[in-house]
Design a protein around this ligand. Structure first.
Ligand SMILES: N[C@@H](CCC(=O)N[C@@H](CS)C(=O)NCC(=O)O)C(=O)O
Length: 199
C-alpha cells in the first residue's frame, strides 16, 4: 500500500484523521504542511485546499471523517455529537475565538462572549452523554471521542481559567483531560519537520 497524509499538527480535523490512521496501524508518509504555504502537490490532489488530505493507492480522501471511516470501517459514530461539533459548535467557537475576523469593530485578540455561551450550550449534549461513564460511549475511547475532543481542546485553550472553572461542564472538562492524557493523543501529536517537496 502506498499512502500519504498531508497534515497540520494543530488542526483538529487532521488530529482526528491521524488518530484513526494510528489506531489502524496504517503505514503512510506524513507530510507536514503550513496552511499559509500549501504545497502544489496537495492542491493538485485536493483543490479545496484543506487538511487533512489522505492519498491511498491513488485515491484521494480529503474529508477528515472519511479518513476515519477508511481507517476504521466498523466505527459507529454518534452522529448527533459529530454534527453538533462540526456544525454549530465549530461555528460558534470560530466566532468566539477569532471575533475580529467576523466583526471589523472588534479588536484583534478579543473574544466574543455571546458565541462562547452558544458553544457552551452546544456542549451540553456532551455533558449529558457523559453521565455515568468516562468516554462518550462507555469506558473506552471510541471514534466519536476522537472526532470531537480536538475541537473541545481548541475551545478550552482560548480562556483556560474560565474553561476549568465552568461549573456547567464538569464532566466535559474531565473527559477532555482524560482524552488529552491518552498515549494515542501523545502519539499523534509527535512533531514532524515541514515537508519539503522534491525539486
Ligand atoms: N471538512 C474538512 C475541514 C478541514 C479544514 O477546514 N481544515 C482546516 C485546518 S484546521 C484547513 O485546512 N483550512 C484551510 C486553510 O486554513 O487554508 C475536513 O473535515 O477535513
Amino acid at each position: 500500500m502506498d499512502a500519504i497524509l498531508y497534515s497540520f499538527r494543530r488542526c483538529p480535523y487532521a488530529m482526528r484523521a491521524r488518530m484513526g490512521l494510528h489506531l489502524a496501524g496504517t503505514d503512510y508518509e506524513h507530510r507536514e504542511i503550513l496552511l499559509r504555504d500549501k504545497p502544489h502537490a496537495m492542491i493538485e490532489a485536493s483543490p479545496k485546499g484543506s487538511v487533512p488530505v489522505f492519498i491511498v493507492d491513488g485515491t484521494v480522501i480529503d474529508e477528515s471523517l472519511d479518513i476515519m471511516r477508511w481507517a476504521m470501517p466498523d466505527a459507529n459514530f454518534q452522529t448527533d455529537i459529530i454534527e453538533m461539533i462540526d456544525g454549530p459548535f465549530k461555528h460558534h467557537m470560530d466566532r468566539y475565538k477569532y471575533a475580529s475576523r467576523y466583526d471589523p469593530e472588534v479588536k484583534r485578540g478579543d473574544v466574543n462572549l455571546e458565541h462562547r455561551a452558544k458553544a457552551v450550550e452546544n456542549l451540553a449534549l456532551i455533558e449529558k452523554t457523559l453521565v455515568g461513564h468516562a468516554y462518550l460511549r462507555g469506558e473506552d475511547m471510541g471514534p466519536t471521542d476522537m472526532a470531537a475532543f480536538p475541537f473541545v481542546r481548541q475551545f478550552a485553550a482560548v480562556q483556560r481559567e474560565w474553561w476549568a472553572s465552568n461549573p456547567d461542564l464538569r464532566r466535559t472538562q474531565a473527559w477532555l483531560d482524560t482524552c488529552l492524557q491518552t498515549p494515542l493523543f501523545d502519539a499523534i501529536m509527535e512533531k514532524h519537520p515541514l515537508w519539503v517537496p522534491p525539486s
